[in-house]
Ligand binder design. Structure first.
Ligand code: G3P
Ligand code: MG
Length: 246
């Protein structure tokens, strides 16, 4: 497996810390900074519509309370998640997956779509995401990498669409994480930067897995990881990391 010359700088939750998370505004900012790839989280609304959101509740990013699984897609897509971040982003709402994929294509961004099921909705979420991607077909999608902390979700997505590469998300390196990634047919293992060692990266690469690391905001960390042979870093500060390692 060849080592990429430099790790890909992947804007975390669309635009990292420079825009409200998981929004189309974040995608635009990532592209304007020169990112070639972004990451975002996808959860199902009550009516089965996949939308971009990280938490199971609205409280942290919106100015209203509520659970994602209790609201329909249309309600979520009308929910402002910009104002809480900064007044400059008032009117920025939760995007549906379709809109995010379309915008990535327009902006030339590759996307790591993290399937983020609400608890108990693992299979349904993977299935819905997989079906939506399958219906778009390769020509209707941006370059994609699917990932999840949920094996059930990833397997359900793979059953619907088998031509999109997958990554296994693990909180930390372990032999079990390597096994799971291999069992799920993944091309990559996504690991937290905390506690990560050069030997972990080498062990993953030795079994044919690329290593992507989250969340890396310090340019010195990014340069160290580049030396270890990681293939990508998820960052809230693409502005800093693009200058540091590209
Ligand atoms: O996919 C990498 C990273 O996004 C995983 O953590 O909690 O930000 O989704 P989280
Ligand atoms: Mg994520």
């Amino acid at each position: 497996m060849p080592c990429w010359p430099r790790p890909e700088v992947i804007a975390h939750r669309c635009g990292g810390a420079l825009a409200p998370e998981n929004t189309l505004a974040g995608l635009a900012i990532a592209a304007r900074l020169g990112c070639r790839a972004v990451e975002f989280d996808v959860m199902l609304a009550r009516d089965g519509v996949p939308v971009l959101i990280h938490d199971e509740t609205l409280d942290r990013c919106a100015s209203v309370a509520g659970r994602v699984v209790d609201l329909d897609g249309a309600q979520l897509m009308a929910t402002d998640v910009g104002a809480r971040f900064h007044a400059a982003f008032v009117g920025e709402t939760i995007p549906g997956l379709d809109a995010a994929l379309q915008r990535c294509r327009q902006l030339g961004l590759a996307a790591n779509l993290e399937i983020k099921p609400a608890a108990g909705h693992e299979v349904a979420t993977g299935r819905a995401v997989g079906r939506q991607l399958a219906s778009l077909g390769p020509a209707g999608r941006p370059a994609l990498l699917l990932s999840s902390f949920s094996a059930e979700a990833l397997e359900a997505a793979a059953a619907e669409v088998d031509d999109i590469p997958r990554g296994w998300l693990a909180p930390a390196f372990s032999a079990g994480a390597l096994d799971t990634a291999t069992r799920l047919g993944c091309v990559s293992l996504h690991l937290a930067v905390e506690g990560l060692e050069a030997a972990h990266v080498a062990a993953a690469r030795a079994v044919g897995l690329r290593v992507l690391v989250y969340t890396v905001n310090d340019p010195a960390d990014a340069r160290r990881l580049a030396g270890w042979g990681v293939s990508g870093v998820f960052t809230d500060r693409p502005d800093l990391l693009l200058d540091a390692i590209r």
